[in-house]
Ligand binder design. Sequence first.
Ligand code: ZN
Length: 232
Amino acid sequence: MTQSAWSRDGQPVDATAIPSGEWDNLKRNSQLGDFIMPCCKAPAVLKTSINNIPFFAHHANECDTAPETIWHKDGKAAVLAALNSMGIPGREEVQGCSPDGDKWVADVIFSVFDRTIVIELQRSYQHLRDFKRRQERYIASGVECYWLVRKKTFMTLGKATSRLLLKREFGNVYPPGGIGTGMLPELPVAMLDTEAEQLVQFGMFKTAPVKVWLAGILDGAYQYRGGTWNLG
Ligand SMILES: [Zn+2]
């Protein structure tokens, strides 16, 4: 299941942005092929969970896409659909280059006023130095970068960043107020769950829909405080 899909004409669709009456109407009246699964481009059917959550599912009960790719594709679709419902055009897999000639490919990129923002989706763990190198490459290119990772990746990364944070900011003495999730101010990372309700998890076990998280990036409410990236 996923809460984001593509329309027949290639627009990202956020199921949570559709009022429930309209969703029921679409369920009754849409044709097979009106909506496409982001993971494998198979036809999607519209469903509603027992908790009243709208979602898309495969028409046939099979998905050809490798599990490691599904999270990445569903995640990109979730971000693009949320942007679309906010009236912001986003693009995926866009290439760019830093002034030093360092090339990058952004998972999702969009511009609002004079800001260019990239959302990078990282499923499997990469070394902290690679997170930082990629982050610095975007900064050098005049681009803001925010990360969404799988929970498991967040936990592994948190071990490395906590160690660095403790050493750098607190001389290896654990502060009485704690260090939150132990993230770094220069590396905004949150978790994305694509399997159930598509929620961004950040802070100390706080969650928000992708759209709310993106709005927080735009209005500055998504901030670093006390070791944690959080919505204020
Ligand atoms: Zn699929």
